[in-house]
Design a protein around this ligand. Structure first.
Ligand SMILES: Nc1ncnc2c1ncn2[C@@H]1O[C@H](COP(=O)(O)OP(=O)(O)OP(=O)(O)O)[C@@H](O)[C@H]1O
Ligand SMILES: [Mg+2]
Length: 863
């Protein structure tokens, strides 16, 4: 089928496949032997790297400018300018300095995080084989230029748009561009004439699912079709549940802040009339309360997590996948290469009576040798111990393997004899047969009894853990020189070849670690039931239920969603069914991971919350994945999950800190603006308070997590956040109110002393409370990371030095009498003590774990 991809109305120049081979070669000043190194380097310099989407990363000036024009910061700076104009130079300078310092802190952290993540991504960047100066070299996809000749084979991503110079049974999956789910055949461009359709064009971003090609690159980067599409919908990735949750929280705080600031401003206006100071105060308050740091905090914390995971050979391509990994409660995996070593060995063959048969091996080898399509590790294993030639047989035609038919056929000739030899999934192959071969090579009718006998044989051998391929043949008429799918019928069943593929040593440990971490493992395989069951047993996988691709095909999505939860083993599953299972599990409320390495796994990897692949996997699989495991050891997966949960725990520490102190501050400020005859802090003091508080939190991404945080999957849980806020926020306000009362009622403090004292109280409680709320356990049981201790205590020390020494006089601080200081220390201490006592109430839901691994009814069904 040669369907023109959408948007075919491009200019004639864009439709390079119409130009024909020679014209295009001429226009690109290229040859079919590729470019020279020097020429390629020159073109790369001239036309830029081959990136469909221009990097979303912005330079430093942009990052700074973006923050300066944030409405609140902008208003603050304008207000400061006004106060400067009215003669208050000091405030102007200090406000500008503080704002710049905050921005610098913010930008520095963000840039560092981005650099680290980019470095990791480069480690798993896709490479492509190009012809340069006559040699085959592996180059990064980014370095491909127009005029390059690249060699691609099944499982490769197409790096750019180009014309096919040579093709061996190539099929491309163009679903990204056309939405067409079935692979399309791709042919070499004819020598002289121009092709009309896109049969001999390949497009960047699509993938080769069968065969091999040599392609002349015609357009790269933004000039490709994918580039044109990407430009029109730049930021394409929809936010994850977690990102939406954090964003929603940010918006909530923002709205509350807006109300509060308005409230404070209006009460001030009503009570004291318009003044630049109360306006500045309101804006500074808004700056302090908005969660402007939350996005940076997330990036920084996730990037820290990604770096720690990299040390464990786990590369994270999409940062938010870390959280999803920690939240994952179901992990689906394919079999070969993930749970097994993928060191497949051919261990023999048997005929229809179950006895050893060298003839079956012989037939299977002829098939493997002459099959042009995807040669996989089963073929390699078959051919490993055989002589290189195909005996006297010569190939005439073939039907390559695909994941729908699960078989491959070749048509071979020897003298006058023409035979079709088919090998593939045994049960399905048997269904196409009406005769079978006996030990003496005579054929016999395949009646029901014989069929049942052979099926039982296949079942028994499979249950011993042998991977089987059925072998069948069909004598063909002497004029036959091509094959069609209709020819795969009326076959003679010859027997089966048997392979072993030992389970990975690390798999069984990893599976039990995953179970201990509350992650249910499900196997989704293209292989037959007995083989998969045998593997599950040898890995001690606690597996329930079994479902086959055939059964899945009969179920509607809703029915599937209710069934998949109870089933752990899926067999004879086609590639798009793998994705359907994943989607059904997600629909049933699970956070689903899928790990696989093949072309046939890519759709499911893409469909999962967390797509995982392994270093040796096909490019399409690695490209679809958000996380790539570099080590062949599955044990890193459990470690990665722990890392994801740790990262999540740290983000929650920020969120808890932010929400509870913000909410508390809002209440206190509202109260203060109603009862106090003056502003409780001057604008500068608010900004200093805010900046030192931000600084104190810089160490949170480094913090350790408690074992309890690592034990279960963790989801974003808005209820837990609200609950925490509603308990801890008012608590801090109660103590603020007590401070007001004490300062005004007992000590009769004046404006400046009041402000200094309140500054000390509020920074003391806000910073130190991290040691209370960073853990659900009693705080003395859980040791914070030393970097967190350093940043917190460092920021606190700076605040105290500023407030309590003459250094602070320019900011309006005055010396505090000892009794006032002591009283404040006591208030802070009792606040922290009470927070520790109320903590179990505030964190109750969080401790119990938000979402169970599987709903209890399912757990029960499995027992
Ligand atoms: N080279 C081949 N020739 C014929 N048939 C094949 C070949 N390779 C695989 N098959 C058949 O297709 C089936 C599915 O292929 P494959 O095992 O690669 O799928 P999968 O879903 O990736 O399985 P796994 O879970 O083992 O990784 C195999 O079980 C086998 O019956
Ligand atoms: Mg596989």
């Amino acid at each position: 089928m040669t369907m023109e991809p959408a948007g075919a109305a491009a200019s004639a120049e864009g439709e390079f496949w119409r130009e024909g081979r020679n014209v295009l070669l001429q226009r690109l000043e290229a040859s079919s032997d590729g470019l020279s190194d020097a020429e390629a380097a020159e073109r790369l310099h001239r036309y830029g790297p081959n990136l469909a989407v221009t990097s979303l990363r912005r330079g430093l000036p942009f990052k700074i400018a973006k923050r300066l024009v944030e409405p609140l910061i902008a208003i603050l700076l304008i207000a400061a300018l006004i106060s400067g104009a009215t003669g208050d130079w000091q405030s102007l300078i200090i406000i500008v300095l503080i704002v710049l310092a905050s921005i610098a802190l913010d930008v520095f952290q963000e840039t560092q995080a981005e650099n680290a993540v980019d470095a990791l991504r480069r480690a798993v960047a896709v490479q492509v084989t190009a012809l340069r100066s006559g040699r085959r070299v592996e180059i990064p996809v980014q370095d491909v230029v127009a005029g390059d000749v690249v060699a691609l084979h099944a499982g490769d991503l197409v790096p750019a748009d180009g014309l096919i110079l040579e093709s061996h049974d190539a099929m491309a999956d163009e679903a990204v561009l056309t939405g067409e789910p079935f692979p399309v055949e791709k042919l070499a461009v004819p020598e002289d004439s121009a092709a009309n359709g896109t049969d001999s064009a390949l497009f960047g971003g699509t993938s080769l699912v069968a065969g091999e090609v040599r392609m002349l690159v015609a357009a790269t980067g933004a000039d490709t079709r994918l580039g044109a599409i990407s430009r029109s919908m730049q930021a394409s990735e929809p936010p994850t549940a977690f990102e939406r949750g954090v964003h929603g929280l940010g918006m909530l705080i923002l709205r509350l802040t807006g109300f509060l600031v308005l409230f404070v401003l209006l009460t001030q206006l009503a009570r004291h009339g318009l003044s630049i100071e109360s306006f500045l105060f309101a804006v500074a308050l808004a700056v302090g309360l908005t969660p402007e740091l939350l996005p940076v905090v997330m990036t920084v914390t996730l990037a820290r997590g990604a770096m720690r995971m990299a040390q464990r050979q786990v590369v994270v391509k999409r940062l938010s996948a870390i959280h999803d990994l920690g939240a994952m409660d179901v992990l689906c995996t394919d079999k070969t290469g993930t749970l097994t070593e993928a060191r497949i060995a051919h261990v023999g063959s048997f005929g229809c009576d179950g006895t050893d048969s060298s003839r079956v091996t012989e037939l299977a080898r002829i098939n493997s040798r002459f099959c042009s399509g995807l040669r996989n590790n089963l073929d390699t294993a078959l051919l490993a111990s055989a002589a290189e030639d195909g005996g006297a047989w010569r190939p005439l035609a073939d039907l390559p393997f695909d994941f729908q038919r699960r078989r491959s056929s070749v048509l071979v000739v020897k003298g006058d004899e023409r035979e079709m030899i088919v090998k593939g999934a045994p049960e399905a192959l048997l269904a196409l047969c009406d005769r079978f071969e006996q030990a003496d090579h005579n054929t016999d009718r395949l009646d029901d009894a014989a069929r049942a006998r052979i099926l039982a044989l296949i079942e028994t051998k499979g249950a011993q853990g042998l991977r089987l391929l059925g072998v069948a043949r069909r004598p063909m008429p002497s004029e036959a020189d091509a094959l069609s799918r209709e020819d795969e019928a009326g076959l003679i069943f010859a027997g089966c070849v048997a392979f072993i593929d030992p389970p990975k040593a690390s798999a069984s440990v990893a599976v039990s670690q995953l179970a201990a971490a509350g992650v249910r493992v499900k196997v989704i395989s293209g292989d037959a039931a007995p083989v998969v069951q045998h593997l599950a047993e040898s890995l001690a996988l606690p597996a329930r239920g079994l479902m086959s691709g055939e059964e899945i095909a009969t179920l509607a999505d809703a029915a599937l969603a209710s069934r998949v939860q109870q089933v752990d083993l899926f067999v004879r599953v086609a590639p798009e069914q793998k994705a359907r299972i994943v989607l059904a599990l997600r629909k049933a409320g699970h956070t689903v991971g899928f790990i696989g390495d093949g072309i046939n796994d890519a759709p499911a990897i893409h469909a999962a919350d967390v797509g995982l692949s392994v270093e040796g996997g096909t490019e399409v699989a690695r490209e679809a994945a958000a996380i790539v495991l570099l080590a062949p050891d599955l044990g890193v997966l459990a470690q990665g999950i722990a890392e994801g949960r740790r990262t999540y725990a740290n983000i929650m520490k920020y969120v808890r800190m932010g929400t509870s102190s913000n909410f508390g501050n809002m209440l206190s400020m509202a109260l203060a603006s109603m009862v106090l005859p003056f502003l409780p802090l001057n604008p500068l003091q608010i900004l200093i308070n805010n900046m030192l508080y931000d600084l104190s939190e810089v160490g949170i991404p480094f913090d350790e997590a408690d074992p309890a945080d690592l034990a279960r999957p963790r989801h974003w849980d808005m209820h837990a956040v609200l609950r925490f806020t509603l308990v801890m926020g008012p608590l801090s306000s109660v103590f603020d109110a007590a401070t007001f009362a004490l300062l005004l009622g007992v000590f009769g403090a004046g404006v400046e002393m009041f402000r200094t004292a309140w500054f000390v109280e509020s920074i003391l409680t806000q910073i130190l409370v991290i040691f209370v709320i960073r853990t659900a356990a009693p705080c003395w049981r859980s040791r914070p990371h030393r970097f967190l201790v350093m940043t917190s205590l460092g920021a606190l020390a700076a605040a105290l030095i500023l407030a309590l020494t003459p250094l602070g006089h320019p900011f309006g601080f005055v010396a505090l009498p000892v009794p006032v200081l002591l009283a404040i220390l006591m208030i802070a201490a009792s606040y922290l003590g009470l927070a520790e006592m109320l903590k179990p109430l505030a964190m109750r839901t969080a401790r119990a774990g938000p979402a169970p691994i599987a709903s209890p009814s399912i757990g029960a069904a499995g027992q």
